[in-house]
Structures are given as structure tokens and as C-alpha cells.
Ligand binder design. Structure first.
Ligand SMILES: NC(=O)C1=CN([C@@H]2O[C@H](COP(=O)(O)OP(=O)(O)OC[C@H]3O[C@@H](n4cnc5c(N)ncnc54)[C@H](OP(=O)(O)O)[C@@H]3O)[C@@H](O)[C@H]2O)C=CC1
Ligand SMILES: Nc1nc(=O)c2c([nH]1)NC[C@@H]1CN(c3ccc(C(=O)N[C@@H](CCC(=O)O)C(=O)O)cc3)C=[N+]21
Length: 300
């Protein structure tokens, strides 16, 4: 048996098109385009690639992109001052400070300074708290994209057993919160988990966000399960996920590839969150059916 490939790249292109289709309506109501500010500190080449890609896709959706590139030795106070300036700028609806930050900068303090209303990454504790308590807020882009792919393939997720491998604030924890909200029975695994394979074996849904190349083995996976590979690892110049793709393809029902799976969904969800932020910040209503079309497209 060979698993189906989940085409995140194609789904993301569709999502970006649906977001772009709403921009002229917003612009007519607010007399400005939605704006996303991206801040990059230092010259990490992988981060530079993502930031360029985000800027390009933001402009292609008809939104304004404000890019701030700061030298690696930028001081904490200067970065905080830039964040404050962006918080106060009415042309900026969303602020993304690219992680990781250089070691001399206190990441926590920077994320806390971003206005929760412009926190399109969903990393501010206020938005994490909103997600945890079921309030409306911004949901981190990567887990949001994973949820969209899962709902597109499986429809109603209620009652399904899900295992999330990883408990970071940016992927694992919000992913577990979303799956719990969607009425899955959720297991969160991490580096102290005993007998990970036995947990994976029970799961209808496996989300791997570990940061270790080819870590999840096909023979752990329940036949027919849906496997979402969040991992982005560079091995000998090539991108590979956290799932051993070849062996997973022999057992699973469907698998996201790396590249072309979750990665493109992350950026598409960033544009989605920016569109939502723009409407909220400008006081322009975003019709429920429009949002439903963006978050849960009709299946074709
Ligand atoms: N596609 C995309 O858009 C994105 C991809 N990524 C990728 O996703 C992956 C995860 O990212 P992120 O969550 O930030 O990573 P972190 O390093 O913050 O978290 C990794 C998690 O994996 C757990 N872990 C590590 N080793 C094991 C093990 N042997 N068994 C079980 N669990 C283990 C850790 O456990 P513990 O907590 O105990 O240390 C931790 O909770 C990375 O490859 C990253 O590059 C990240 C963001 C976006
Ligand atoms: N504040 C912040 N927010 C983030 O969302 C954030 C961040 N910092 N720091 C780094 C991680 C990582 N991340 C990715 C986004 C897109 C792809 C992506 O598009 N990947 C393509 C391949 C890209 C390539 O070829 O390198 C794919 O998987 O097909 C991957 C990873 C966002 N992150």
C-alpha cells in the first residue's frame, strides 16, 4: 500500500488566492491595504530565505510588506523601540519578529512587547491564553495550517486519537490545543516520553514536530493513519522532515511531504492572520462566510 501525498503547496496556493480575493474589499472599506511588518535580526541564511519568501507572497496577495533588517549586534533596546514603533503605526496590521533571535536578545521580552492585536504569529502569551481558553485570538500559523490540512482530508476530527510529538510553544502546544478543541483525544509526546512507538501506534493522526531528521519510523505508524510532518531539517543540503518518509509512505493513509507540505501552509496562514488582523484593527467586519471560506474551503 502506498499512502496519499497531502499537497500542502497546492492547498496553500488556494488559501493565498482566497485571502488575496478579500483584499480589494478591505481596501475599499479602509482606504488602505492590509500591512505586514517582518523584522529580521542578523544574517542567518535560512531565515533570510523565509523572510524574502514572506515578503514576496505578501505583495502578491495585494498586501503591503514592511521589511526591517537589523544587524546581528542590534541591542535589545533598539529592537524593542522598533517593535513599539510598529505597534503605533496604523499602516501595520501584523508584526512578525523572525525567530530565533541572536543569543544576546531576550526573546520572551520581545514577544511580550508586540501588541496582541498585531501578533499574527500568535506567540504572545495573551494569544496563547486565548487559544487555551477557547477565546478568539491569533493562532500560530504552523499548527493552524496543519489543522486545515487535517480537516480538508478527514472532515470532522471528533473522537480521533491524535499524537503530537513535540511540546514547543510555537508548534506542539498550540497544535495540541487545536486538536483538543476539534474533539480529538490528544497525546502530547516529548523527549521524556517512554515508549513513543506505542503511543504513535494508537494514533489516527500523527503530528511530528521534533526537529530530528527522519525520526518517526513507518513501522510505528497505525496502518491508514494521517501523518503531518512539520519538521524542516537540512541534511547534506537537502530538506527532510521529522518523519522517515519512505517507510511512512508504506503504512500511512496520507503523509505531508517535505518540502511542499506544512511549510507553504505556514506562510499562507500568516497572510490569513494578517487579513483578519487588518479587519479587526480597522473595524471593518469580515463576513463569517468569507472567513469560513478561508479557513474551511468547500472540498472539491
Ligand atoms: N514547517 C514549518 O513551517 C515549521 C517547521 N518547524 C520545524 O518543526 C520542528 C520542530 O520545531 P519546534 O517545535 O520549534 O522545535 P523545538 O526544538 O522547540 O521542540 C522540539 C520538541 O521535540 C521534542 N523532542 C526532542 N527529541 C525528542 C525525542 N527523542 N522524542 C520525542 N520528542 C522529542 C522536544 O522535547 P522536550 O520538550 O522534552 O525537549 C521538544 O518538545 C523543527 O524541525 C522545525 O524546523 C518549526 C516551525 C515552523
Ligand atoms: N516569528 C517566526 N514565525 C515563524 O513562522 C517562523 C519563524 N519565526 N522562524 C522560523 C520558522 C520556520 N518557518 C517556516 C516557514 C516556511 C517554510 C517553507 O515554506 N518551507 C518550504 C521550503 C522552503 C525551502 O526550500 O527552504 C517547504 O517546506 O516546502 C518553512 C519554515 C517559519 N518560522
Amino acid at each position: 500500500m502506498t499512502a496519499e501525498l497531502i499537497d500542502g503547496k497546492a492547498f496553500a496556493a488556494g488559501l493565498r488566492a482566497r485571502v488575496a480575493a478579500q483584499v480589494p474589499t478591505f481596501q475599499a472599506a479602509a482606504s488602505r491595504a492590509p500591512g505586514l511588518a517582518v523584522v529580521l535580526v542578523g544574517e542567518d541564511p535560512a531565515s533570510a530565505v523565509y523572510v524574502r519568501s514572506k515578503g514576496k507572497q505578501t505583495r502578491e496577495a495585494g498586501m503591503e510588506s514592511f521589511e526591517h533588517r537589523l544587524p546581528a549586534d542590534t541591542g535589545q533596546d533598539d529592537l524593542l523601540a522598533l517593535v513599539e514603533q510598529l505597534n503605533a503605526d496604523p499602516a501595520v496590521d501584523g508584526i512578525l519578529v523572525q525567530l530565533p533571535l541572536p543569543r544576546h536578545i531576550d526573546e520572551q521580552e520581545v514577544l511580550l512587547r508586540i501588541s496582541p492585536d498585531k501578533d499574527v504569529d500568535g506567540f504572545h502569551p495573551v494569544n496563547a491564553g486565548r487559544l487555551a481558553t477557547g477565546m478568539e485570538g491569533f493562532v500560530p500559523c504552523t499548527p493552524l495550517g496543519c489543522l486545515m490540512l487535517l480537516q480538508d482530508r478527514l472532515g470532522d476530527l471528533s473522537g480521533l486519537d491524535a499524537v503530537v510529538i513535540g511540546r514547543s510553544n510555537i508548534v506542539g502546544k498550540p497544535m495540541a490545543a487545536l486538536l483538543t478543541q476539534a474533539s480529538c483525544t490528544v497525546t502530547v509526546a516529548h523527549s521524556r516520553t517512554r515508549d513513543l512507538a506505542s503511543h504513535v501506534a494508537r494514533a489516527d493522526i500523527v503530528v511530528a514536530a521534533v526537529g530530528r531528521a527522519n525520526f518517526v519510523q513507518g513501522d510505528w505508524i497505525k496502518p491508514g493513519a494521517t501523518v503531518i510532518d512539520v519538521g524542516i531539517n537540512r541534511v547534506e543540503g537537502k530538506l527532510v522532515g521529522d518523519v522517515d518518509f519512505a517507510s511512512a509512505m508504506r503504512v500511512a493513509g496520507a503523509v505531508t511531504p517535505v518540502p511542499g507540505g506544512v511549510g507553504p501552509m505556514t506562510i499562507a496562514c500568516l497572510l490569513r492572520n494578517t487579513l483578519v488582523a487588518a479587519h479587526r484593527n480597522a473595524g471593518v467586519p469580515l463576513a463569517g462566510d468569507v472567513l469560513a471560506g478561508i479557513d474551511r474551503p468547500e472540498r472539491t
